[in-house]
Design a protein around this ligand. Structure first.
Ligand code: KIV
Length: 272
């Protein structure tokens, strides 16, 4: 399993960091088998596995439930678990309690929190020993305020994002996720920070990349963002289900090969 200091070394050696989301035991197992450096148990699970329209309905209990399953599936991979909306930014004592509960109960390696307003929380969480990954740019929990669109695309917004990135690094964040921002801005931030910057829709100059498992494998996704590349097609599963349905109805399945051959009814009275 990668450590925080190995992730820092990777940045310094210009070795790219790979990260992908996982939400359950089998997906975590696959990601670990693929030797990916980091897993994010993203609150995108609200859409990908719980069928919500956004991440807004996801709760701390949801994150704990899925985080624990991922840890069991990927015991040797660096796992980051998302703080859902409202778990941070309301009351400092409550924020820390939420962070501690999530960190302890999932046995994750770090937690992630969205937004520029979390610098004080990062300081406090780091002080009690919880590693925090920050998330800036497009922050899906604020979709009601900012929409799903490119961030940092005006001079003022870009300058603000650079400041925010420096702030979260100074507060003690161990890494930064930057989502949906111009690639030249992401490059500047990656060069200015000493912590690893992981991009999603932020171009190739960041220290690493993260994608959502269900997007990159085409697993029941309605809408693909511009920055998603499809690396495999899990929609073939539907063909298998259709064939199963046809074979059950036509009696083709189960065949002799899928049937136990032992005879017992010669020993049993039919009306026993
Ligand atoms: O929840 C998530 O999957 C994320 C990624 C989009 C970075 O935060």
């Amino acid at each position: 399993m990668k450590t925080v200091s190995q992730l820092l070394d990777m940045k310094q050696q210009k070795e790219k960091i790979s990260m992908v989301t996982a939400y359950d035991f089998p997906s975590a197992k696959q990601v670990e088998q693929a030797n990916i450096d980091m897993i994010l148990v993203g609150d995108s699970l609200g859409m990908t596995v719980l069928g919500y329209e956004s991440t807004v309905q996801v709760t701390l209990d949801d994150m704990i439930h899925h985080g624990r399953a991922v840890r069991r599936g990927a015991p040797n991979t660096f796992v980051v678990v998302d703080m859902p909306i409202g778990a941070v930014g309301i009351d400092q004592a409550q924020d820390l309690n939420n962070a501690l509960t999530l960190y302890q109960q999932t046995n994750a390696n770090a937690i992630k929190a969205e937004g520029a307003h979390i610098a004080d929380f990062i300081v406090a969480a780091t002080r009690i020993g919880i590693p925090v990954v920050a998330h800036l740019g497009l922050t899906p929990q604020s979709v009601g305020v900012m929409g799903y669109k490119l961030q940092g695309s005006t001079k003022a917004a870009a300058q603000q994002l650079i400041k925010d990135a420096r702030n979260v690094e100074q507060a003690g964040a161990i890494a930064l996720v930057l989502e949906a921002i111009p690639s030249d801005l992401a490059q500047t931030i990656s060069e200015q920070l000493t912590i690893p910057v992981i991009g999603i829709g932020a171009g190739k100059a960041t220290d690493g990349q993260v994608l959502v498992y269900h997007d990159m494998l085409n697993y029941g996704v309605k809408h693909q963002a511009k920055f998603v590349k499809q690396f495999a097609d899990f929609s073939v599963g539907i063909k298998g289900l259709q064939q199963y349905n046809e074979e059950v109805k036509s009696g083709v399945f189960p065949s002799e090969t899928h049937t136990y051959k032992k005879k017992i009814m010669n020993e049993v009275e039919a009306h026993d």
